[in-house]
Ligand binder design. Sequence first.
Ligand code: GRF
Length: 201
Amino acid sequence: MKKRVAILISGGGSNMEALLEAMTDPDHAAEPCLVVSNRPEAGGIAKARARGVATEIVDHKAFADKQAFETALAATLDAHTPDIICLAGFMRLLSAEFVTRFETQILNIHPSLLPAYKGLNTHARALADGVAIHGCTVHVVTPELDTGPILGQSAVFVRPDDTPDTLAARVLTQEHRLYPAVLARFATGDFTPLSLFPDRV
Ligand code: GRF
């Protein structure tokens, strides 16, 4: 039986697309069961539908508070019985109660080499600090933001002429390599951290 994967998005869903493409491999240990967006206008929804994946919108603005939103989100997820939940450009902070409810099943991709640069604006902060190496991390989601066990990292060399946008673009390319590679292993029950070496550029 393949593991059932639900993917949560908020925007364009480029990481979602990379995960869906990887799961078209018949030998993949997982298959997509649902794509959920908290934003009705997320471009990723159309991309998921085009691939025949079930989609749901749980609009966080339609709920009185975070708890009501998360109750609806949990119910939507439960209806599709996921074994793994992948956050992919999902921009809502999930409560400790929600994360604990889906214990160890939630993965996230974060655009930095954690534990460095938790939170937002990671590329601008990395450039401001003058780091030589930057990248992305896939980790298990725990109640504390961007802190769970690391499942994989991919690195890029920072260039002298980099701007936050050029650096983000190179990191995003690595995200699209890393997340599918980590999910493929995680779905087999292999939690060994995966390191993809810096690009040679
Ligand atoms: C990516 O930079 C990812 O690291 C962050 O959200 C951004 C957009 O992701 N979590 P996507 O294109 O919507 O997958």
